[in-house]
Each structure stands twice: as C-alpha cells, then as structure tokens.
Design a protein around this ligand. Structure first.
Ligand code: BGC
Length: 810
C-alpha cells in the first residue's frame, strides 16, 4: 500500500541522525529540554537543504534551521544578530551577482552559463556577539553544485575570518556550545579545533532544523561516520592536478583519500570512518573464519555508555607488496549494529572475498593477488583498528585475465615506498591460502547480440530516432538541460515517442539523487505535462542569477510554452531525502535501501521509469562541486550504497536506477570537455570499482556516461569503457545513455570537442541525451555515409527495446 507523504517524510526525519557525524563531544550535550538558545551563523536562516543543479530536488515545503528549532520548542535568543546578518547577506548577494557578471564579461563567457554552480562565499562582517543565555550553536553553511568547483578561499573551503572569530568567541563565553556544519563537503576546520562539540549535520532535505533539535535534545543519537577524510587543506595530496580547464592528471594513482593519508603518513583532523556517539562502545573480535578466499569476522559490540546508540564496525585489509606497490590499507567490509540500549550487546558477522580486492597489474593485463601476507584489521575508524587475523597466500594468483582498454595518460602514477610489514601480534589466527581457493573467472568480449525482430523492419530514420532522446521533429525551441521530458513536467528527459505507433513506448527519466526532481506546478495538455512556474524548470541558482526578466525570456527561448489562459494549474512534489554523502555517512545499507524504496514508490506514482541517480563518483578532491551528490572517497562504500539504493528503487514495478557518471567525472571545471588522464590501474581499483560492485549486487537498469573524456576519448564514445569493461567484465545488462549534452553550454575555449551522437552510437551507447534535431541528423548522416553501420544501430536499438519491454511487461 502506498504510504502517505507525511509518513515518508517522518521516516526520513526520524532516521536522519544516522547520516550525521558527531566529530567532537565534551559531554555537555544532549540538553534536558528545549529552552533559550543563542543561534548564529548563515545556516540558521540560509539553511542548505541540498546542493544546486540537477541534484536539487524541489520540495513543496522547506524549513530553515531557525524554524526547525523553534518548532521543536527552542526560543532563539539571538534574533538581533540574525536580523543584522540578513542585511549583510543581502548586500553581499548583490555584490556577488555584480562580480559574477563582470567576471563573465571579462572572460567573454555567457553570464548565465558562467554562473552555473557558483555560490557566494560567506561574507565577513562585524556584528557583535554577546552572551545572552547558557547554550549556543553556530551553524556554518556551504553550498555548491554542478557546473563549478569549490575554491580554497575564505568562506568556502576555508572558514571566513568572521566565522573563525565568532566560533572561537562562542566557544569561550558559552557554557555549552556546539558548532554545527550544514555543509555538503569538507570545510577546513583547523582554525577552530579547540571547539569541544562539533556536529556534521550535513544537508538532510526538508527540515534540517527538526533533526538538529532532536540531536540537541538527545531524541536521536548521531551514528554516522565520515566517508571522506577531513583534514587541513594543505595535507591533501597535491600530486595530481585538479581544476585545469583541459586536462586533469590523476598522478596520485590509487592513493586517493585515506589510501593517501595512511600510506604517506599524513595526519587528518578527522579520519575516514570516524564518528562519535553520545554513548560509547566496546568492540571485540570473537572469531575469524576462512572458507576458500572468503574471510568472515565475527565481532561483539557492547554499548558501554549512558544512552542507546548504534556503532559501525569496519574491516580493513593490508595487501602485501611484491611487484606492485600498495596502499597501507583499504576498507573491505563494514556493518552497523541495530539500536543498542545501555549495556546491550550484539554480534555482527562481516564477510569479504579476497578476490574482490585484487590489484590490477597493467603489465599482465589482469587482476592479481600477489603472494605474501594479507593482514585484516577491525575497528571503528581507519586509524582506530586492531589486527584480527592474517592470511598467507603462497603463490601469486591471477583472479581475472582481461585486457588494457582504457587508454594511457601522459605520465606514470606515483608510487609509495615499499614498507616492511609490521609483525603480527601473538595469538592472532593465520590462514594459508593457495591458488585452488580462488574461483576462476573469465571475460567474454564482443559477445554476439541478437537483433530484435521489430528492429529489423525499422527504417534508417526510425532507427536513428531510437538512438536520440525524445526529439520532436516539429518542436520549435530547444530542449533544456534537466527538463527535456514532455510526459512529466520538470523531468529530465525521455526516450523517443516517435515510434509509439510501432509499439515502442517511451521511458520517462527524472533526476535525483536527493529525491525525484520534478516541477512543483504544472498543467496538462492531453498526455503531456508542462511546467507552470519557474521553479523546477532550471536550477534555482541559475534563475537567481538571471533575475526575473531574463528568467522569463529564458523560459521562452528554451522551449517553454506560454501557459494557456484556461490551464488548470496543479501541484505535485516528491519527498526529499538526504544528500548522497549524508546517506553514505550512515554506513547503513538497510537505511539506504529504505530511502530507495521511498523514491521507487514515488516514481511509480509519477510515472518515472528511470531515476537519474544514484551518483557514485569518487571524492577524489574535496574541491569537486558535486561531491555532495556523491558518496565517498572509497569505492566500496560508493558501490555498496548505490547497490542498496538501487535495490530499494527496483523493488518497484517499472522503476529502475541510472547509475552515473561513468566514469572519472571528479571535477566540474569545464565539465563538458575536460579530459581526465588516469592510469588503467587507478581506473580499475578506484574509479570503476564502485560501478562494478553496484552492478554485481543490484543490476541497475541504466548507466549514464559522464561528460568528461578519459585519456583523450569522451567516456560516452569509449568502447573500452562501455563494451569491454561495463558489459564484458561487469556483466551489465541494461542501457547506456550519455549525460545531457548541450552544445550551447560548452565553452568555445576547450581543447577538446563535445561528445557526438554518431560516435556514441559507434561505441555501443544506446542513447544520446537529451536529443536535438542536429544529433538525430548526425546519426542518420553517419548511417548513410557508412561510417556508422546499421548493424551497430540495430544492436543499440535491440538493447533499448529489451529494456523498454522489461519496464512495460505486465
Ligand atoms: C547532469 C546529470 C543530470 C542531467 C539531466 C546534467 O547536467 O550532469 O547528472 O542527470 O543533467 O538533468
């Protein structure tokens, strides 16, 4: 039975503290009851529910943190400060848009495109703070979104001078003070490390304040762990390049996130996997078993503190170094306890297969486990573990023979220094494994694909339609990014409706990942739906940049229609769920699946077939503007969360996920034409592994390629990525679509061109999105010229029709 919207929202709200991370605690919180509270910071009234861009979900009602606290019974004793800050903010915003316009002009860029994803730096001010009661909070907010990366500037990655001054003062003058972070990515907290209570609230959707109130009052206990290392900015690896307009060189290779920090002995402020709780836990490994190459750790967790809570247990593996250099350790499995009352205990069983963590050897073009000693550590963060067992592999094992197919960067990856293995403490169980303990896997490349009989009879024109999104040959304006669907207002796109008379029905696609992105207001005309308000048509940030007049004109030129006089305006909205990073921070796959289930339920209700989420790119740099949509710097976490959400969504009939952006899409600067240069090994061990895990565990219905190039070839035109790796190696059975290619959005100053529809078709991608007449003509021309074979188009169309059939099957 379909749940009520209020039930779905209350499920999100009552579980959201699992997504928050308690970074520091003094014992002064939780509070006994709500009362007077001094609340400061931009986050109070300018709360960020989630970032900007296609990941921004339009919810009917959103509350600020100020409202949330008040609704929970708190009396805000610092209204004067908040009012004064409003004025500072208003002026700063005016200035911000003025500067953006000037910058765009100086760079000869279109101001609206230039502004995409750019967010204002937190302004400095001199509003005075005095002590007005016993308890205070300061909420730091940061926003970002697709189109732009973050900057190492005050008010963005760095705290502003005013923030530092006020936070340190509050920490000094208030008896109880909590620093709260309403952010989607890392902020360098090094100047305020003396603060005794710090909560990473994150961005949780509709009512962040209600969740904060619950946490302040101990009604919910934070139980999230960091999925990305939080450090002083200068500590992050500067080996590779980030933010270059044309080429970004991933020279750091496999040393991403904690793999870099641990191996190169860097210190984090808060390490990967770290998070406190109002209570405390004791963790003891009670047993480790080996069954062939599957190792199972049995762990007892006891709540030793004063209130109920949940703990996350993490298992790390250190791989021996023989021919290949290795990171100090990698996460191989994790589990979360149920809610444990005081003194309660539980037993967790966690398993992993050694072969799933094989290294990629470029020389032999295969995945290998090198001979030597494998060490298993168990703990509750990457820096707080104990050795639980070891396994000796007597000979090097090839777990999968494949072929190099991802191209070559113009450098070689950095290597770590070979380190002597640490001694194994006495009494630790040691297993011995041989090659017989490993399953033999094989890859079958270039499998014959059977062509559907319905496809055989299609004309070249009709076949070309299938390759392009829902392009209407009679349409006047352009389809707009993120809003190219006609059956559901505000949905991102569709497959063709031109062949409905041939029994080929369209698939409707809507964005995520923080819920379903659709227009709030709409009207209907026959089977079609149109947006009836600016909200939902474009990311709010871009509309804000345009101002009301330009926004209105933009709506006309991008194909929006004038709302008919007699139109009946209706409203609908979807439930917001926490941003991707926050969901991952819960380290709770059941919760992730339940959130996917909510999305699936609403997809059924709105008639969405494909959700354009989850997004599981790696947090390679804390500067990526879309990190909030993504899960982690670790591929296991990314893959597990994406798989859990996919299972939740795909429980629902006619609903599928589209995992994105495949692959190495780790920056937003010149995103349409940026070339990620990455080694075959780093691609396979870091950037592709999450996709592999998700596909193996949940078989999502679709994959969206990324805008960027990989080693000089657009990922959407990359046969190695699509056919060899995705289909051949990972066993992906669904359809592959491009990200929303829009020529007008592309900078003319790029070294590389945009992705092209005929090249995408040649590479085995089924859909060029969102689809324009030009893209269609290009495919048709290539077909006529003979540069694109009809056979390839027939294969692409057959795969698409097979997926469409699955959606429409009774
Ligand atoms: C984004 C995708 C999104 C698509 C459709 C693109 O700009 O990169 O993540 O799914 O638009 O809205």
């Amino acid at each position: 039975m379909e749940r009520k919207d209020t039930d779905k929202l209350s499920f999100v709200l009552s579980n959201a503290a699992e997504c928050t991370v308690l970074l520091k605690k003094s014992g002064q919180f939780p509070l006994d009851k709500p009362g007077r509270i001094a609340a400061y910071g931009a986050g109070l009234r300018y709360t960020i529910k989630g970032g900007t861009g296609s990941g921004e979900v339009n919810s009917k009602e959103t509350f600020t943190i100020e409202q949330g606290l008040e609704r929970a019974g708190f009396i805000i004793a610092s209204k004067n400060w908040l009012d004064a800050y409003d004025e500072v903010r208003k002026q700063a915003k005016k200035q911000f848009f003025k500067e953006l316009k000037a910058q765009a002009k100086a760079k000869h860029e279109n101001a609206i495109m230039y502004s995409m994803g750019k967010t204002m730096k937190e302004p400095d001010h001199d509003i005075e703070i005095t002590k007005v009661c016993d308890t205070a909070v300061y909420v730091v907010s940061r926003n970002s979104g697709e189109g732009s990366d973050r900057e190492v500037l005050e008010g963005d990655v760095k705290l502003s001078k005013s923030e530092i001054r006020d936070i340190l003062l509050l920490n000094k003058i208030y008896d109880r003070f909590m620093l709260v972070l309403n952010v989607g990515g890392v902020v360098d907290l090094s100047p305020v490390m003396e603060v005794k209570d710090i909560l990473l609230l994150s961005q949780l959707g509709t009512d962040c304040g209600a969740i904060l109130a619950d946490i302040l009052l101990g009604k919910q206990n934070p139980s999230g762990k960091l999925t990305t290392t939080w450090a002083e900015f200068k500590e992050y690896s500067a080996e590779g390049t980030f933010g270059d307009w044309n080429d970004n060189r991933y020279k750091e290779g496999i040393y991403v996130g904690y793999r870099y920090f641990d191996t190169f002995k860097k210190t984090a402020l808060f390490p990967f996997g770290f998070g406190l709780s109002y209570t405390t836990f004791e963790t003891k490994v009670s047993d480790v078993k080996a069954n062939k190459d599957t190792l199972t750790c049995e762990v007892l967790v006891k709540n030793t503190g004063s209130c109920s809570g949940k703990e996350v247990v993490q298992v790390y593996l250190s791989v021996p170094e023989d021919k290949l250099d290795q990171p100090y350790q990698q996460l191989v499995c994790y589990a979360k306890t149920p809610l444990l009352e005081r003194n309660a205990e539980c037993r967790l069983e966690m398993s992993f297969r050694l072969s799933d963590f094989a290294s990629y050897d470029e020389e032999s073009e295969s995945y290998v486990l090198e001979k030597g000693r494998y060490v298993i550590r168990v703990g509750n963060s990457s820096v707080d573990t104990k050795i639980a067992a070891a396994a000796i592999l007597e000979e090097t094992v090839t777990t999968l023979k494949t072929r190099n197919c991802l191209g070559k960067p113009d450098f070689t990856d950095i290597k770590s220094e070979h380190s002597e293995p640490l001694p194994i403490p006495e009494g630790i169980v040691i297993f011995t494994l041989t090659a017989d303990d490993f399953e033999k896997r094989e890859v079958f490349f270039d499998n014959e694909v059977s062509v559907d009989s319905r496809i055989k009879n299609l004309t070249d024109e009709e076949l070309s339609y299938m390759q392009i999104g829902n392009f209407d040959p009679n349409a006047k304006g352009l389809s707009i990014i993120g809003n190219a669907a006609t059956h559901l207002a505000g949905a991102a796109g569709e497959t063709t409706s031109q062949l409905v008379n041939k029994g080929i029905r369209p698939l409707i696609m809507a964005d995520g990942p923080a819920g379903i992105r659709i227009s709030l207001k709409y009207y209907e005309e026959g089977e079609n739906q149109y947006d009836a308000g600016n909200k939902g048509m474009m990311p709010e940030s871009m509309l804000e940049m345009m101002g009301p007049v330009t926004a209105f004109i933009a709506k006309l030129i991008v194909g929006g229609k004038k709302i008919p006089r007699n139109a009946v305006i209706k409203e609908h909205s979807a439930t917001m769920i926490p941003i991707g990073t926050a969901i991952a921070q819960s380290f709770n796959t059941e919760l992730a699946e339940a959130l996917g289930d909510i999305v699936g339920e609403e997809m059924e209700k709105f008639g969405v077939h494909l959700w354009l989420a989850p997004a599981l790119n790696i947090h390679r740099s804390i500067l990526c503007g879309r990190n909030f949509e993504y899960y982690s710097e670790d591929p296991l976490v990314s893959g597990e969360v994406a798989a859990a959400i996919t299972r939740g969504v795909q429980k629902h009939k006619r609903c599928g996920t589209t995992i994105k952006h495949y692959a190495a899409n780790n920056a937003e600067t010149n995103r349409y034409c940026n070339n990620s240069q990455v080694s075959e090994r780093a691609m396979r061990e870091i950037y592709l592994r999450g996709f592999d895990i998700c596909i193996r565990k949940s078989q999502p219905k679709a994959v969206m390629t990324s805008y960027n190039l990989l080693n000089g070839i657009h990922t959407s035109e990359h046969r190695g990525l699509i056919e060899d790796v995705l289909r051949g190696e990972f066993g992906f059975k669904g359809i592959v679509m491009t990200d929303w290619v829009m020529t007008i959005m592309t900078s003319s100053k790029s070294k590389y061109r945009n992705a092209l529809s005929d090249e995408v078709a040649k590479a085995g991608g089924e859909l060029f999105m969102p689809g324009t007449k030009k893209d269609y003509e290009r495919v048709l021309k290539a077909l006529k010229d003979g540069t694109l074979s009809r056979k390839q188009l027939e294969i692409n169309a057959s795969r698409l029709i097979r997926t469409i059939d699955e959606f429409y099957a009774d």
